[in-house]
Design a protein around this ligand. Structure first.
Ligand code: 3PG
Ligand code: MG
Length: 375
């Protein structure tokens, strides 16, 4: 039991019992083909632990965001096929979000989910920030536990809040300051330095008086950025140069110029990546750290013309001798795109969940497990 959350060993004997396992098999699927099965493979240790001990295992997951009704576009069928290869004999229920009671946390849907099951295991780290029926409902009624993946994620990400080796450098990017303000503030509490890149850096640069051209920019966040810069400016690292374009993202054939400028983005241009000087500075800071947490790309890395800054950060995170953690979502996709996932100590399977755990130190799914009869 870590963080007060019951683990698999805290369940009664599972032999011959029916165990409902909430997993997060919300994997990317294109044209019916799974493009990254990390989230399925990440649940295998839990599924193996249960089946090796003679349990009958039924998994439940959400997939995408259907509107509370069956929708073939969000069927779990491709996931079921992959699971059958990786964990033969383990069943998978249809997408829990086909029932409107999932997201509304309807007690009747909770009863439907737990019917016929003896125990409940939550291994759906990526969905544990959701107060949804399949996450918070079953522990009220069944002896429950965190699966191996959930326990590991909590140990690593929760551990960053407790006693990280220093210096601890957090790197954050992505498009919106408004989405990440809370987590930036939390990182400023726990980390020694915070590197900021990606679309969100332009609102910070605007707060310093720079022009942002057509870059992503949130006018209503300028005051928040100013406040953070005033209070912690010496520990907030912003890019000193920017790659800008007046062309179109993902359409190199549409023409337009790609230029490298200082901190001010010229009129008619959009900032799309950090520049080489910033990439070098950031890499140096990361290489000197003993703990690194990376969440959010430095630019539009999905367009190969603008991947250099994100790649430089990914390489430094992979190379650092410090303990390296990648928050889920876009930075996990980036580290995989660059073939460096195996070089980092922990790649989280949760995007929103990893941010919320770092920001708040707890998640609804963990609270629910603590409340279980065996918790
Ligand atoms: C994710 O992909 O971040 C998780 O599976 C949660 O999905 P959601 O944001 O649709 O709740
Ligand atoms: Mg390393």
């Amino acid at each position: 039991m870590k963080f007060g959350v019951p683990e698999l060993e805290d369940l009664p004997d599972v032999s011959g019992k029916s165990v409902l396992v909430r997993v997060d098999f919300n994997v990317p699927i294109k044209g019916g083909v799974i493009t990254d099965d990390l989230r399925i493979r990440a649940a295998l240790p839990t599924l193996a632990w249960l089946t090796e001990r003679g349990a009958k295992v039924t998994c439940a997951t959400h997939l995408g965001r259907p509107k509370g009704a069956p929708d073939p576009a969000f069927s779990v069928e491709p996931v079921r096929a992959r699971l059958a290869e990786l964990a033969p004999g383990v069943e998978l229920l249809e997408n829990v979000r086909f029932n409107p009671g999932e997201t509304s946390n309807d007690p009747a849907f909770v009863q439907e989910l737990i019917a016929g099951h003896d125990f409940y295991v939550n291994d759906a780290f990526g969905a544990s920030h959701r107060e949804h029926a399949s996450i918070v409902g079953p522990p009220q009624f069944l002896p429950s536990a965190a699966g191996r993946l959930l326990a590991k994620e909590v140990e690593v990400l929760g551990g960053l809040r407790n006693d990280p080796a220093r210096p601890f450098i957090a790197i954050t990017g992505g498009s919106k300051v408004s989405d990440k303000l809370g987590v930036i503030e939390a990182m400023l509490e726990i980390a020694d330095g915070v590197i900021i890149g990606g679309g969100m850096c332009f609102t910070f640069l605007a707060a310093l008086g720079h022009s942002v051209g057509n870059s992503l920019f949130e006018a209503d966040q300028v005051d928040n950025c100013k406040r953070l810069l005033d209070a912690h400016g010496d520990r907030l690292h912003l890019p000193t140069d920017i790659v800008v374009t007046n062309g179109k993202l993902f359409e190199p054939e549409a023409g337009g110029e790609v230029r490298h400028v200082g901190r001010s983005v010229p009129e008619g241009y959009m900032g799309v990546d950090i520049g080489p000087e910033s990439a070098g500075t950031f890499a140096e800071i990361i290489l000197g750290a003993r703990t690194v947490l990376w969440n959010g790309p430095m630019g539009v890395f999905e367009d190969p013309r603008f991947e250099a800054g994100t790649r430089a950060v990914a390489e430094a995170v992979a190379e650092t001798k410090g303990f390296s953690v990648i928050g889920g979502g876009d930075s996990a996709a980036a580290i995989a795109q660059f073939g460096l996932a195996a070089e980092v100590d922990h790649v989280s399977t949760g995007g929103g969940a990893s941010l919320e755990l770092i920001e708040k130190g707890d998640l609804p799914g963990l609270k629910a497990l603590r409340g279980a009869s065996n918790g």
